[in-house]
Design a protein around this ligand. Structure first.
Ligand code: N7H
Length: 504
């Protein structure tokens, strides 16, 4: 059985974070053996899934105790550390077994045309930052409740590898800081993401376009013992290599994927450096309100119909005309829908077929594509397409000047991070075959168009239908508001693999 002491903590539990630093590194070519020796000293600092669950218990006990005594909860200083490697990194270390994932082995830069990033296979990705174009060997994630905790932990790690010294074994390629956005949680001293997922991404009015995120995650059988209504339970192998359900449903789900033994209990991380044009997005909503309503209501509804949820998190399949913040905040109701109301399959009365949440997790829509299909692993089940999202926002809040001019001045967006056991079944498929494919969801009376949030058409035009519930085949042209500036596919090894195969 799966031992949660063996799995890195970000995958199944999520590192505790109010802030998180992504430290991308290159291994020094002439010091590879030394690096692998030093890696043994990092392993005790790595946070396991079992430890994160332990932290979560400590946090909630701290809260309950404080409430009992009528005092504010005391500040708990907690940090988390994980390490992941790209194919380049594995190759450099001389770990040459084929891990069984073609997208990982290729790397994200080569995959960029597949993902719809501007550029082609021959002309490179013009928006990408140099570090990701040159490629990175790995990344160390350090999270914590404050910047000072993270800085301390990172300094400790840098000392292990002599970062910055002439004899350093790894070199910094890029460092990106993500912060949970201030909002309703502002001023709270507690960790945000150790609370319920709902509280982890506080609600404010811009930045991640202002929508509550991180609501819908799959539950892992045998790991997440309680589920919220509507939350899908998937086999551990959907996320964890070598476990039940680790299948390639794009190919033949009945043929087990051949993995080297050290891959067991690891997971693939798709990391995307996604810039968001928030003032431009807000301006678009303002200029294109759904007709027939008060302008503010119409703009809000347009946003909700593009995302599939209102800013509060309330799903439009359950609240099609008006936001319902109580619904958005209630974990027992806010994920309990399947696009299976009688009017859902063939109309967009409730939710556009192209809405971001419907495109990336079509729920009953997809399973209904053939009458005999059932929600079992296979091409017509969403269960093997589920990813675990662990992103965090970066960049400052929208400034008054940006809000006034409707133009982005400061870079901001989402450090998108998603775990799965098979990149081609997971992230890559969601992006390429669903979000970027105007014909998906198939079998509808109109071609739905692009996912308005993340759908990409290289440098070409995008549009969707269904934003106006009273004119459901009217197409709305969509500017681009999400600009990928790089990323990489990584492998997050198990603790035993780090000890026996990666470290010397
Ligand atoms: Fe998305 N957003 O803030 O608008 N996403 N996402 N995403 N996303 C979701 O249901 C957003 C991106 C998925 O199970 C919500 O948890 C933004 C990529 C999936 O019903 C919101 C960006 C991919 C789900 C956002 C972005 C996905 C999901 C609703 C880019 C994969 C769950 C909250 C900057 C290729 C769907 C929730 C389900 C939900 C936003 C990126 C996938 C609000 C701004 C690249 C699978």
């Amino acid at each position: 059985p799966l031992d949660l002491n063996n799995v890195q903590g970000d995958i199944l539990a999520g590192l505790p974070k109010k802030t998180q630093t992504y430290f991308f590194f290159l291994i020094d070519k002439s010091r590879i053996q030394e690096f692998r020796t030093q890696l043994a000293n990092l392993i005790p600092l790595i946070t396991t899934t079992a430890q994160v669950f332990g932290h979560q218990e400590a946090i909630s006990k701290n809260k309950t105790d404080a409430a009992k005594h009528g005092v504010p909860p005391s500040l708990l200083k907690i940090s988390g550390v994980n390490i992941v490697f790209s194919q380049k990194g594995l190759t450099k270390m001389g770990i040459n077994d084929n891990i069984g994932d073609a997208a990982f082995s290729k790397g994200m830069l080569e995959d960029a045309p597949t993902l719809g990033d501007p550029g082609t296979a021959t002309s490179d990705s013009p928006d990408w930052v140099p570090a990701f174009k040159q490629g990175v060997d790995g990344m160390i994630l350090v999270s914590g409740e404050s910047h000072s905790t993270v800085a301390e932990k990172l300094a400790e790690i840098e000392r292990i590898f002599f970062v910055g010294a002439p004899f350093a074994t790894i070199h910094e390629a890029l460092r990106i800081v993500g912060d949970v956005r201030p909002g309703k949680e502002k001023g709270h001293e507690q960790f945000v993401s150790l609370l319920s997922p709902q509280e982890s991404q506080p609600l404010t009015s811009d930045h991640s376009f202002g929508f509550l995120d991180g609501i819908s995650q799959p539950a892992i059988k045998g790991v997440n013992l309680t589920t919220n209504p509507g939350q899908e339970s998937v086999n551990p192998g959907v996320t964890i290599l070598g476990r039940e359900g680790d299948l390639n449903i794009n190919a033949n789900p009945n043929v087990p994927i051949h993995r080297p033994s050290w891959a067991l209990d690891g997971s693939f991380l798709a990391f995307r450096y996604l810039f968001q044009l928030v003032p431009e997005f807000d301006t678009f909503l303002k200029r294109n309100p759904v007709p027939g309503l008060a302008p503010d209501h119409g703009s809000e509804l347009l946003g909700a119909r593009m995302v599939g949820r209102w800013m509060s998190g309330a799903p439009i399949d359950l609240a099609p005309t008006q936001d319902n913040p109580a619904l958005g905040a209630d974990p027992s109701r806010n994920n309990n829908f399947r696009y299976d109301f009688p009017d859902d399959a063939q109309t967009q009365d409730r939710c556009p077929f192209a809405a971001h949440t419907r495109k990336t997790n079509p729920r009953a829509d997809f399973e209904a594509l053939t009458p005999e299909s059932k929600p079992v692993p296979g091409p017509l089940s969403t269960s093997n397409r589920r990813i675990i999202r662990r992103g965090i926002q970066f960049g400052p809040e929208v400034s008054p000047e940006e809000a006034r001019s409707g133009k982005t001045i400061h870079g901001r967006g989402l450090l998108f991070a998603a775990y799965q056991s098979n990149i081609e079944n997971g992230f890559q498929f969601l992006q390429q075959s669903w979000a970027n494919n105007p014909a998906f969801i198939f079998g509808k009376p109109v071609s739905p168009g692009f996912d308005p949030i993340i759908g990409q058409n290289a440098a070409g035009a995008r549009s969707m239908v269904g934003t106006n519930p009273t004119s459901q085949s009217t197409s709305l042209p969509l500017p681009t508001w999400v600009v990928p500036k790089g990323g990489e596919y990584f492998f997050s090894p198990s603790i035993p693999a780090l000890k026996t195969t990666f470290a010397l």
